[in-house]
Write a new protein. Sequence first.
Length: 248
Amino acid sequence: MPQIHLRAEAGDYAPVVLLPGDPGRAGRVAELFDGGRASSRCVNSHRGLFGYTGTWRGHPVSVQTTGMGTPSLSIVVEELVRLGATRLIRIGTCGGIGAGLRTGDLVIAQSAAPVDGATATYLHREPYAPTADFDLTRALVDAARASGLPHQVGQVATVDVFYNPDADYVTRWRSRGIIAFEMEAAALFYLAARARAAGADVRAACALTVSDVLGPDVTSEESYLPLSELEAATDRMIEIALEAGTAS
């Protein structure tokens, strides 16, 4: 039966679903499907959470908008799992803080520090390390290496506040080995692990384009990529995610 937010039926989504926060990026993914967006099927538009299903190089694949932040993503992922999705790949942007990261580079998240409220609520604030699926993450790494796109693999922090005012925010998290800030991965990794623990073959991974870099002498506003460059970089990320998601 249709879910409350995703007005789709079981079977409307492919097992492999790419998860952008931005509804515009969901449309861009659909344009890369075989035959373009015109040959894909819009399976959800309710609340602006656009979802499309089609094929890529003959493989069934879907894309579903999650919105910004873990509260919105959690709703979408819970409903996607109920509808039969099993391979979930977040494709988004991040603020890079790792040494050597540049705008336009790719970050592949191994795990995500749960600094957000939704994951904390799920966990009753108990200590936990939300971690990506190894095989799906390895497929992202293999695809990134084959493409030649500069990338780093490491731990990100999932946060709720984009414009954090703390003066030591970047240096504090960088000293812990965090390479980027983003806003959804921790809840995604947790929900996939919870479904797998309950017996479902649900796995999740995360690829992020570095849209801006943060440090003691640079802010997001100063380093944020121009739109045309950001779109080109995210297109490269989408290709890598499609390659990884359909590799098996």
